[in-house]
Design a protein around this ligand. Structure first.
Ligand code: IPE
Ligand code: IPE
Ligand code: MG
Length: 246
């Protein structure tokens, strides 16, 4: 019985989120401009989306551009936006064919009109796909997201539609970008940094965090599998005691 249980392949985590870090260092190590690292990073995104689909992951969230990344030099921001345009134009047909549903979350008021149009088209085209939901966190900051949820709640209270006493965890969750997305089971950060950098602070309350030294442009399916293996070695308790212990 135990043997049979152990040999059964573990279910993949439903939701994996990745902080894709290290593009700049990857480029610097090769004497290349930072943009070269970002370009390579797009290839790693392609590989990882395919790997997530193959591994049976339901939701893959990728941190692509933070609300703080707007503070980078104008040239780097514009290169990153150019790559985003390129990705949206060149990958959508392929993603759609593979059954991937695309969702973008973040402060879209800061994005250029043409990028917003491309996002709308991509989300519309892929809305009914079922193989994998790819959530792209773009111009995203978790504190700003939580502040937005608080503002919405306040507006509903002010309009008389909501009783302050009814504001509980679910009420906050329902007003986040991720309202209809399960919390991440696993958050992976590449490049050796061990912090969340304002990513999914509310949603990560019980996520397993796995930090890997690989720089994002070098990330492969094998790295994703290794992170999932580490996830399976961890014991998730959600505040309770271990099953079987007293
Ligand atoms: C991650 O790589 C990509 C973005 C944040 C857009 P970085 O650009 O942060 O690379 P490092 O951390 O400087 O190596
Ligand atoms: C976090 O990486 C944001 C993304 C991966 C998009 P950063 O490189 O911007 O984070 P810090 O500055 O090291 O915290
Ligand atoms: Mg970085």
């Amino acid at each position: 019985m135990r043997d049979a249980e152990q040999s059964r392949p573990a279910e993949p985590p439903v939701h994996v989120a990745i902080i894709m870090d290290g593009n700049g260092r990857w480029a610097k190590a090769r004497g290349l401009p930072r943009t070269a690292g970002h370009k390579k990073g797009v290839e790693a995104v392609r590989r990882t989306v395919e790997a997530a689909r193959e591994l049976g992951i339901g939701y893959l969230t990728i941190f692509s551009f933070s609300s703080e990344n707007w503070r980078r030099p104008e040239e780097e921001v514009s290169d990153l936006m150019g790559l985003l345009r390129f990705y949206l134009r060149s990958e959508i047909a392929e993603l759609h064919k593979a059954g991937v549903r695309l969702r973008v979350m973040g402060d879209r008021t800061r994005l250029a009109d043409d990028i917003n149009r491309l996002i709308d088209q991509a989300e519309g085209l892929t809305a009914d796909n079922k193989a994998l939901t790819l959530v792209v966190a773009l111009s995203y900051g978790s504190r700003q997201e939580i502040a937005m949820a608080a503002r919405r709640l306040a507006e509903e209270v002010k309009a008389g539609r909501l009783d302050p006493a009814a504001i509980d965890e679910e009420a906050v969750t329902a007003r986040l970008y991720t309202a209809d997305i399960p919390d991440p089971d696993l958050i992976v950060r590449t490049s050796g940094e061990q912090r969340l950098s304002n990513f999914l602070l509310w949603q990560s309350a019980y996520s397993e965090l796995v930090f890997v030294d690989t720089l994002w442009p070098d990330f492969t399916k094998r790295d994703l599998e290794a992170a999932i293996e580490e996830f399976h070695r961890r014991e998730r308790r959600f505040g309770a005691t271990t099953a079987g212990s007293r």
